[in-house]
Design a protein around this ligand. Structure first.
Ligand code: SAM
Ligand code: SF4
Length: 334
């Protein structure tokens, strides 16, 4: 639905005054990395996976676009392990209401494909780089690929993506002392560094207890170093952005345990097998897949999605250790 200026009207609103212009769409649970906080034993195949086909993806995107969603992020697992990744991007970018098509990647294929993916219509990219030290990167991710991933980031900057963000999960005693190295990177390069507070999931409780570092502490450190927290724009989402004069890039802090984190929630999720997830840490998902089989099902699909918003709760209960049905973020699309 559009207003008289042709702008999509967001009609996905919940009972707490939030609206949802943003969909995180997982296209696979599979990942080739073994990040210690996510899939420490690597991807475990549980039967033959049946991820949404390109046609099903097209239909789910059309339905969300009809409901006013204009930003899609492809995620996983590692979204770029899907051999149809470029075709999926192209298909979504043909949907005229989608004006931001982002993806989150571990960057292992980026160096060789940045230009192709940009040409397919992807506009924004987040690359996970959990250490700037090759040996530590290897230890955290299970892959000795730092050099390739950094070349991939350069390739993304050269390809002209509208925004290149670097995701870093800060881990106590593992990589937290690298904070300044990341800041140096943002000084000389137009990258936006996102420090993400480690989240507890169903599978990582011991790890979480050992390595969790509070985002509040990181925020205080940034302020002491002269970074200023920018006032949050209504539609900006849950990240707290910090800027500093003379820096080309910016810093974002994702603080899921902070008091008001969920007040800024602006996103919904669909898993790689087509379940709608209202919250990353919710206790249920509802399948949309039966309504993704024919174009003629679109009215039923949009109604189902729209009506589900009534069940979105005001916040997650992570602070109480309730991780819902999420064993690890690769299962939902972080
Ligand atoms: N494989 C891609 C990647 O790593 O960028 C996309 C999927 S991954 C689940 C998305 C993001 O979630 C990554 O930046 C990753 O570091 C982050 N992540 C995964 N598990 C996490 C956890 N338990 N706490 C905080 N962030 C996590
Ligand atoms: Fe794979 Fe991303 Fe999870 Fe690392 S964080 S194991 S790259 S899905």
């Amino acid at each position: 639905m559009k207003n008289n200026k042709g702008t999509p009207i967001n009609i996905l609103n919940d009972n707490f005054g939030r609206s949802f212009p943003y969909l995180r769409l997982s296209i696979t649970d599979i990942c080739n990395f073994r990040c210690s906080y996510c899939l420490p034993d690597g991807y475990q195949c549980n039967g033959k996976p049946s991820f949404l086909s390109i046609d099903e993806i097209g239909r789910v995107v059309e339905a969300f676009a009809t409901l006013g969603v204009y930003k899609i992020r492809l995620t996983g697992g590692e979204p770029t392990v899907r051999k149809e990744f470029t075709d999926i991007a192209r298909r979504i970018s043909h949907c005229s209401s989608i004006n931001q098509l982002a993806f989150t990647t571990n960057g292992y294929r980026l160096r060789d494909h940045a230009q192709e993916w940009k040409s397919a219509g992807l506009t924004h990219i987040n690359v996970s780089v959990d250490s700037l030290n090759a040996e530590r990167f290897h230890r955290i991710t299970g892959h000795d690929r730092l050099h390739d991933v950094l070349k991939g980031v350069d390739a993304a900057l050269d390809a002209g993506f509208e925004q290149v963000k670097i995701n870093v999960v800060l881990l106590k005693g593992v990589n937290d002392h690298e904070l300044e190295d990341y800041l140096v990177w943002a000084k000389t390069s137009p990258v936006s560094i996102r420090f993400i507070e480690l989240m507890q999931t169903g599978d990582n409780l011991d790890y979480f207890r050992k390595y969790h570092l509070s985002a509040e502490k990181i925020g205080r450190t940034l302020e002491k170093m002269g970074w200023s927290a920018k006032p949050r724009a209504m539609e900006a989402g849950p990240a707290q952005v910090y800027t500093r004069k003379d820096y080309q890039g910016s810093i974002g802090l994702i603080a899921p345990y902070s008091k008001d984190f969920c007040k800024g929630c602006n996103r919904l999720r669909v898993t790689a097998t087509g379940d709608l997830r209202l919250c990353l840490f919710g206790s249920q998902g509802i399948s949309l897949r039966h309504l993704l089989q024919y174009d003629a099902q679109q009215p039923l699909l949009t109604k189902l999605i729209h009506d589900q918003l009534a069940f979105k709760s005001s916040s997650h209960f992570l602070a109480y250790g309730e991780t819902g049905i999420t064993p690890h973020l690769a299962s939902v699309g972080g």
